[in-house]
Design a protein around this ligand. Structure first.
Ligand code: 6U4
Length: 158
């Protein structure tokens, strides 16, 4: 299964705001999401996360500022090429101001106004756990329409 990263940038402790990107092109176009992408062969996971964050927002985070929060497994039985394992990072320190890129239009949201209805349907299950700083391992199985979440398993990530 292919592997990818996602970075969730937050302000406040506990988090009051989260930076999400409106995906303009590619996988998940038209949805809001965190920032990340495919891990290249021979690339470290945290290096890939920092690279994708900078490519999509212009923001630079050092690898020590990427807090590993878990692994999400997304399974699309009707579209196996979309199935992937996503490594999630919480990020509270970075350099720069978020800027629009070819792929993403970033914007800050209050944590109680996250646009879940315009995100992948799995977000409502896992994003609140990460914002609560719970490390999780989860598996989501999608229905035939590749949009509806048909199965959810969430547990602690040791
Ligand atoms: P390129 O390489 O530019 O064609 P792109 O189309 O941007 O790739 P990709 O595969 O690099 O997409 O990155 C997919 C991003 O979407 C990663 O950050 C992981 C994330 N992602 C994948 N499935 C997701 C899901 N079900 N829910 C979610 N994020 C998901 O919230």
């Amino acid at each position: 299964m292919r592997e990818a990263t996602v970075c969730l940038l937050v302000r406040g402790d506990p988090p009051t705001h989260i930076l999400l990107g409106f995906k303009k092109a590619g996988f998940g176009a038209g949805k809001y999401a965190g920032f990340g992408g495919k891990i290249r062969p021979s690339e470290d996971v945290d290096r890939a996360a920092a690279r994708e964050l900078e490519e999509e927002t212009g923001l630079r985070a050092v690898e020590e500022d990427l807090q590993p929060m878990g692994e999400l497994r997304f399974v699309f039985p009707a579209r196996p090429a979309w199935s992937q394992i996503v490594h999630v990072f919480l990020v509270t320190a970075w350099d720069g101001e978020p800027a629009e890129s070819a792929e993403m239009l970033p914007g800050w949201f209050e944590v109680d106004q996250i646009p879940f209805e315009h995100m992948w349907q799995d977000g409502v299950y896992w994003l609140p756990c990460i914002l609560a700083r719970e490390r999780i391992r989860a598996r989501f199985t999608f229905a035939e329409d590749n949009e509806t979440v048909a199965g959810v398993e969430i547990g602690a990530w040791e």
